[in-house]
Design a protein around this ligand. Structure first.
Ligand SMILES: Cc1cc2nc3c(=O)[nH]c(=O)nc-3n(C[C@H](O)[C@H](O)[C@H](O)COP(=O)(O)OP(=O)(O)OC[C@H]3O[C@@H](n4cnc5c(N)ncnc54)[C@H](O)[C@@H]3O)c2cc1C
Length: 599
C-alpha cells in the first residue's frame, strides 16, 4: 500500500498513503546560519521593544503605540520578508517567513497586528496584484510606511464568508467602483492606510477583492472592540459609505475574491500554527522558571511528578507541532521551486504550492491553536493561584491564546475543510485513497499479521504502528464515505473525528521523521530525549486515533459491520506499552535542569 516518494513530487494529503523517507523532510535543526540570524533579530526585537511594554500595549487607548512598534519592525525589515525584492522586500523562502512568524508569535497583541499586516494585508497584492499594483503598494507595505488590514468578515457573514453583503457598483463614468457595506472584527483597522476589501459587484454570486486606500474617503469606523485578549491589537467595525475605488484597484478579476480570500487564508493558517509554537515555547519557559522557584511542602514544585508530567506534555506537543509546521512549510517551498524551474511565475508558483498543501495548512492551524491552548491552560495550573493573577504572565497568555481557535477560519471549519479537501481530491482522482482504502477493508477480513519488525532498524516498530494508523484512517474514512455517501457532509461529528485522526497521523509521522533524521547525524544517545518526545507523541496519537475512530465507527456502522471495524481499529491501533511516566520524567527533568524549554 505504502511507497516512498521523491520529495518534490509529494502532494498535499498524500501522507495518508505514502511513506516519507526521513532524508526528505526538512527539520528545524537545518535552518541555516543566516536564517538563525534572522530569528535572533526577531527575538531581540521582541525582548527589547515588545516584552518590556506588554501592559502598555494592552492598555493603550489609541492604536498609535502598536502602529509605532510596527514602524520599528519595518525599520528592521520584519515587514518585508514575503515581499519580492524587486518590490522592496526580502523575498525570503516560505519556511524563513515561517521562522519569523514563529519567533514573533510570542509577541501577544503585537504579533496579531504584525501577522495581519504582513499576511492577510500584504499577501493578496503579492500573489494577485498586477505589476502596477505591486509597484505602487508593495514598497510602502514592505517598509511599514503604510499599514494594511483585511476586510472580509461582516456582521452576518463570518464562517460563511462568501455570503457578504458589501456591494461594489461601477460608477456611471466607469472609472470607479463605489463600495457600500459594513465589515466587522477588522484587525489593524484603526491605523491601516490600506484595506483589502471583499465586496460583490452588482448581483454577483461571488466576492471580488479591492485595494482600498484610506485616503479614498467614505470610510468610517467604530471605537476599538473590547476583547477577552489581544487587547492591544486594534480591532474595528468599519463602514464603507460610497467609498470610491478606482477601477484599476480591482484585485485580480471580477468574482475571484472568494478564491483570493481562501488562498490567502491558507498562508494565514499554517503561519498561525507556527506562531502558536512561538507563543507556547515562551509559556513553557515561564512555567519551568516558576516551577523552579515555587516551593510547597518544603520542596520545589518542579520536583513533583504531577508538575513534571505537565511540563513534559507541553514540550512534547510543542516539539511535534513545530516539526509538522516546518515539514509542510518545506513541502510548499520545494513545490514553489520546482514550479518556478518549469517556467511558472513566482506569484503563480506560490499560489499553486499553497493550494496543493491547503490540507496541511488547515491541519496545522487546528493543531497549533489547540496545542497553544493546552499549554497556556497547564501554564496557569503550574502557577496555581498566581496563574489566576493579572500581575503574572499566564493571565495574558491564557486570554490571548483563545482567539487562535476562532480566526483564520474556526477550528470546526478547518477540520471540515481538512476532510472535505481530501475527499474532493480523491473523487477528482488527484489523490489515490480509493485503492489503499479498499486494500484495508480486505485486510480487516484477513488473519492479522503478527510479524515483528527487525529490532535493529531504528523506529521499525514505530513505523509499523504509523502504517497501521494510516490504515485506521483509511478504513474509517472509506467506510464512512461508502455508507453515508453525500450525507457525510451533514454528519459533522464524524468529519471532526476523521480530521482529528488525520492530524494525529501527520504530526506523529513528522516528529518520528525529525528524530530519525537527527539520529542519523548525531547518533541515538545524543538524541535520546528527542526520541522520548517522539515516542510519547506517538503513544498519545495512537490513543487519540483510537478514540476518534471508535466514536466515528459507532456513529455510522451497525451490528456485524461495526464489530468488524472495531476489531480492525483495535488491530491498527496496537502499540507495545512504554513506561510513559519515566519517559516524560526524563523530558521534564532535562528542562528543569536547564530552567527552560530546550528542544
Ligand atoms: C479579534 C478578532 C480579529 C479578527 N480579525 C479579522 C480581520 O482582520 N479580518 C477579517 O475579515 N476578519 C477578522 N476576524 C473575524 C474572524 O475571522 C471570524 O470571527 C471567524 O471567521 C468566525 O466568524 P464568526 O465570528 O461570524 O463566527 P460564526 O461563523 O458565526 O461561527 C460561530 C460558531 O459556529 C460554528 N460554525 C459556523 N459555521 C459552521 C458550519 N458550517 N458548520 C459547523 N460549525 C459552524 C463556528 O465554528 C463557531 O464555533 C477577527 C475576529 C476576531 C474575534
Amino acid at each position: 500500500m505504502i511507497a516512498t516518494d521523491p520529495k518534490a513530487s509529494i502532494k498535499g494529503g498524500e501522507f495518508l498513503i505514502k511513506e516519507t523517507d526521513a532524508s526528505q523532510v526538512f527539520i528545524p535543526e537545518e535552518f541555516s546560519e543566516e536564517q538563525q540570524m534572522i530569528a535572533a533579530t526577531c527575538r531581540e526585537f521582541l525582548e527589547r521593544e515588545i516584552w518590556t511594554r506588554l501592559d502598555e500595549i494592552d492598555q493603550a487607548k489609541s492604536p498609535e503605540l502598536i502602529a509605532s512598534l510596527m514602524d520599528k519592525a519595518g525599520e528592521l525589515g520584519l515587514l518585508g520578508t514575503s515581499v519580492p525584492e524587486e518590490y522592496g522586500g526580502f523575498g525570503m523562502s516560505f519556511n524563513t517567513s515561517m521562522l519569523v512568524t514563529e519567533i514573533t508569535g510570542a509577541g501577544h497583541s503585537f504579533s496579531v497586528a504584525l501577522s495581519a499586516h504582513t499576511g492577510i494585508g500584504t499577501l493578496p497584492i503579492v500573489y494577485y496584484g498586477n505589476d502596477d499594483q505591486k509597484s505602487k503598494y508593495l514598497p510602502k507595505l514592505a517598509t511599514g510606511e503604510w499599514k494594511a488590514a483585511y476586510c472580509l468578515t461582516e456582521p452576518d457573514s463570518g464562517s460563511d464568508a462568501n455570503s457578504g453583503k458589501t456591494k461594489a457598483n461601477l460608477s456611471e463614468d466607469g472609472k470607479h467602483y463605489v463600495i457600500n457595506g459594513q465589515k466587522m472584527w477588522i484587525t489593524n483597522g484603526g491605523f491601516a492606510d490600506l484595506f483589502i476589501v471583499f465586496a460583490k459587484i452588482d448581483d454577483d454570486k461571488n466576492l471580488s477583492a479591492f485595494i482600498v486606500e484610506k485616503s479614498f474617503g467614505g470610510i468610517t469606523m467604530n471605537e476599538p472592540e473590547h476583547k477577552m485578549g489581544i487587547k492591544g491589537s486594534d480591532t474595528r467595525q468599519i463602514f464603507f459609505n460610497d467609498c470610491q475605488v478606482p477601477v484599476e484597484n480591482l484585485l485580480s478579476t471580477r468574482g475571484n475574491g472568494f478564491k483570493i480570500a481562501v488562498n490567502i487564508l491558507n498562508v494565514g493558517r499554517i503561519k498561525l500554527g507556527v506562531a502558536a509554537v512561538g507563543g507556547a515555547k515562551e509559556v513553557i519557559n515561564n512555567a519551568i522558571r516558576y516551577a523552579n522557584e515555587r516551593k510547597q511542602f518544603g520542596t520545589l514544585i518542579s520536583g513533583f511528578g504531577a508538575i513534571r508530567h505537565k511540563l513534559a506534555e507541553m514540550a512534547v506537543k510543542v516539539y511535534a507541532c513545530e516539526t509538522a509546521c516546518y515539514r509542510a512549510g518545506q513541502n510548499i517551498d520545494d513545490l514553489i521551486e520546482s514550479l518556478k524551474a518549469s517556467g511558472t511565475t513566482d506569484a503563480e508558483a506560490k499560489l499553486k504550492a499553497l493550494e496543493q498543501f491547503a490540507i496541511e495548512c488547515a491541519m496545522m492551524k487546528v493543531h497549533g491553536s489547540e496545542v497553544l491552548d493546552y499549554v497556556v491552560d497547564e501554564g496557569v495550573q503550574v502557577y496555581g493561584g498566581m496563574g489566576y493573577s493579572a500581575d503574572a504572565p499566564m493571565d495574558r497568555a491564557y486570554r490571548d491564546a483563545r482567539i487562535n481557535r476562532i480566526f483564520e477560519g474556526t477550528n470546526e471549519i478547518n477540520r471540515m475543510l481538512t476532510v472535505d479537501m481530501t475527499l474532493k481530491r480523491t473523487m477528482k482522482g488527484e489523490l489515490d485513497l480509493m485503492g489503499p482504502a479498499m486494500a484495508v477493508s480486505k485486510e480487516i477480513m484477513s488473519i492479522p499479521d503478527f510479524s515483528t519488525e527487525e529490532e535493529e532498524v531504528l523506529f521499525a516498530a514505530e513505523k509499523k504502528v504509523l502504517r497501521n494508523l494510516k490504515k485506521a484512517v483509511l478504513m474509517v474514512a472509506g467506510a464512512a464515505v461508502q455508507k453515508l455517501m453525500m450525507k457525510l457532509s451533514e454528519e459533522q461529528e464524524i468529519l471532526m473525528n476523521l480530521a482529528d485522526m488525520m492530524i494525529e497521523v501527520y504530526v506523529a509521522e513528522s516528529v518520528l521523521l525529525r528524530v530519525e533524521k537527527q539520529i542519523a547525524v548525531k547518533g541515538e544517545s545524543a538524541m535520546a530525549l528527542q526520541k522520548d518526545l517522539a515516542l510519547v507523541y506517538l503513544h498519545e496519537a495512537v490513543e487519540k486515533i483510537n478514540n476518534a475512530g471508535r466514536s466515528a465507527i459507532s456513529s455510522f456502522a451497525e451490528s456485524d459491520e461495526m464489530r468488524v471495524m472495531l476489531m480492525g481499529l483495535k488491530r491498527f491501533t496496537k502499540i507495545d506499552p512504554l513506561n510513559l511516566k519515566d519517559t516524560r520524567r526524563r523530558i521534564a527533568d532535562a528542562m528543569i535542569a536547564e530552567n527552560k524549554y530546550i528542544f
